[in-house]
Design a protein around this ligand. Structure first.
Ligand code: SAM
Length: 288
């Protein structure tokens, strides 16, 4: 197996194929072998797993996934990588590569088609320019056991944040609604070529099998979350009145009180069950 993380191997390989990194495609390739090995082992990839990888690049993580999983399906946007991947991962007969933008894929259909009878997982060193849309698509697909990804460290901290902290955001609530996050390890910039400007981190999201949030209407719930964080320094009543014009100021105050909160409560301190309580009171108020 070609040691793609070895810079003495990687540079001539890229040169041979006239490959130049694309910043626009978020191409920072791993040059530290412990990183893809740790991602694959910490994610718990084994012979029962069907793994969706996003952005294989020249294949360092792909190799580690193929060594452990029953099947790997990798989606890569950049067709220039095809001859390189043929050399680095061509030997694996449990690998299929789809040449497309991952955001064009119907992920539940893809998982059902490629991984019948297997435990579906997603693993990736994500292209950072589309971290949020990819994670949103993976979690909303609602078909994975777990999603283990490398992202910017600050994004990982935001995903795992607790209510009332600086990092707690609408994206935190979205991710934790679907999954339980666990920060695995940091990855310094010198582990990549070219080096990114930020530190990275690997985070595992164990998808909740049952979501006992007692939410009457998910659309209202997520609208409430967005409205709360749109004015995060202000009282929740202001954000609610702005995000739900149908409530008006009086209605906003009424639902907050009916859910058992003080009129001065701030949205950024609320947990998911607390958001759910208010969202359900909004649904009841609007229904009349
Ligand atoms: N997995 C490799 C590694 O760890 O060295 C490469 C990771 S690099 C950060 C991100 C990869 O995602 C690149 O190969 C890039 O071409 C690919 N990519 C970027 N945008 C994509 C998209 N919309 N769909 C699929 N792949 C994409």
């Amino acid at each position: 197996m070609i040691d793609v993380c070895n810079i003495q191997v990687m540079k001539p390989l890229l040169q041979e194929h006239g490959f130049h990194f694309s910043k626009a495609k978020g191409q920072n390739f791993l040059i530290a072998p412990w990183v893809p090995q740790s991602i694959a082992t910490d994610a718990g990839v084994d012979e029962t797993a069907g793994v969706l990888e996003i952005g294989p690049g020249i294949g360092p993580l792909t190799q580690q996934l193929c060594l452990r999983a029953k099947k790997v399906c990798a989606v890569e946007l950049d067709k220039r990588l095809e001859p390189i991947l043929r050399q680095t991962v061509g030997e694996f007969d449990n690998l299929e590569i789809i040449w497309d933008d991952v955001l064009n894929q119907n992920i539940p259909d893809l998982v059902a088609e490629k991984f019948p009878g297997l435990r579906p997982m997603a693993c990736a060193n994500l292209p950072y320019y589309i971290t949020s849309p990819i994670l949103t698509a993976l979690l909303e697909a609602d078909c994975f056991d777990s999603v283990t990804v490398m992202v910017q460290k600050e994004v990982a901290q935001r995903i795992a944040a607790e209510p009332g902290t600086e990092d707690y955001s609408a994206f935190t609530v979205f991710c934790q609604y679907y999954a339980e996050p666990e920060l695995l390890f940091d990855v310094p910039a010198h582990c990549f070529l070219p080096q990114p400007k930020v530190t990275s981190a690997v985070i595992s999201l164990r998808v909740r099998k049952e979501r006992n949030w007692d939410v009457l209407d998910e659309k209202v719930f997520f609208r409430l979350v967005r409205a709360s964080f749109a004015m995060r320094r202000k009282k929740l009543a202001n954000g609610l009145a702005a995000g739900f014009p149908e409530l008006g100021k009086a209605g906003a105050a009424e639902v907050i009180e009916a859910a058992g909160f003080d009129a001065n409560v701030r949205g950024e301190t609320l947990s998911i069950p607390e958001f759910a309580r208010i969202a359900n009171r909004i649904v009841e108020y609007v229904r009349g």
